[in-house]
Design a protein around this ligand. Structure first.
Ligand code: SAM
Length: 264
């Protein structure tokens, strides 16, 4: 496994050594059996010999599950508690770390538009996986998921119909370019890269749960270094600062929705 991860890193620059071992090994085993390979040796040879297979393997190992307005209560709370304070900044900067195919950044952009704030905001949406970033830039949404997106949007306190923000075609839907307008999408590796700006809001939701403890600590430090004082941090529902050395640096705004505010 170590040799496989080393080779993966040499070939792609993607370092999965800080991922939770048990879940990662499970995904590797399922990949081997799904591809009908004899074992990890053959998997290792295939990624060396076939660049397309390499990118397929990376895509399978880095989970990309996402949806619009995921955990709608989180977005409702964000509207109520964070937006009024964001209004006090001339140019709020927001970072969606581990943005997957972009739905979380689109949701944030829609919410800010509805609050009349979007024109002076900038959203930075980053991920490690180039495949999902390409999709995030395109604004394409799967038709099969639109119903769920609509429900989440309404539960999150959306004030129009979500369909106002996308054009529906026969095979897919595309987000309105005005929503994409102030979103910059680019590659950033939470495991290796440094901070690249100071933000008023950071979402890093449903990413840390895949990391081992050492990597989680690295990322908590990075997020802390990247937030302005009194800035806001949103984590996923199974992620928490509780019992970490950063816990005392934040005020917990909602335990249920994992929303924090950095102390003064
Ligand atoms: C399950 S998705 C979560 C997407 C979104 N944040 C949400 O909550 O719906 C996890 C994302 O984290 C990304 N990711 C994993 N390791 C990363 C790393 N080291 N740096 C940046 N992104 C990473 C994956 O590529 C994937 O797109």
């Amino acid at each position: 496994m170590h040799q496989f991860l080393d080779r993966l890193f040499d070939l792609s620059g993607v370092d999965l050594s800080g991922y939770g071992k048990r879940a990662l090994y499970r995904r590797v085993r399922s990949l081997i059996s799904g591809e009908g390979l004899s074992g990890i040796g053959e998997l290792s040879d295939r990624i060396r010999d076939d660049p397309r297979f390499l990118s397929h393997v990376l895509d399978r190992l880095m989970l990309r599950v996402t949806t619009m307005f995921r955990d709608p209560g989180f977005f409702r709370l964000f509207r109520e508690r964070v937006v009024p304070l964001l209004r006090t900044y001339p140019y709020p900067r927001l970072w969606v770390a581990g943005c997957s195919t972009g739905q979380e950044a689109y949701s944030l952009a829609i919410l800010l538009r509805e609050e009349g704030l979007y024109d002076r905001c900038r959203i930075y949406a980053t991920d490690l996986n180039e495949v999902v970033l390409e999709q995030a830039r395109s604004g394409v949404l799967p038709l099969a998921a639109l119903e769920e997106y609509e429900q989440n949007y309404r539960a999150a306190g959306g004030i129009r119909a979500l369909s106002d923000y996308y054009m529906r075609g026969t095979t897919s839907a595309v987000i309105d370019p005005a929503v994409l307008d102030r979103i910059a999408v680019f590659r950033h590796d939470l495991a290796r890269d440094a901070s690249f700006n100071e933000f008023h809001v950071i979402f890093c939701r449903n990413v840390l749960m895949y990391f081992d403890e050492a990597l989680r600590y690295r990322v908590y430090q990075l997020l802390s270094d990247s937030l302005v004082r009194l800035g806001f941090l949103g984590l996923g529902q199974s992620e928490s600062l509780h019992l970490t050395r950063h816990e005392s640096d934040y005020e917990l705004l909602s335990r249920r929705h994992r929303l924090y505010r950095k102390a003064c």
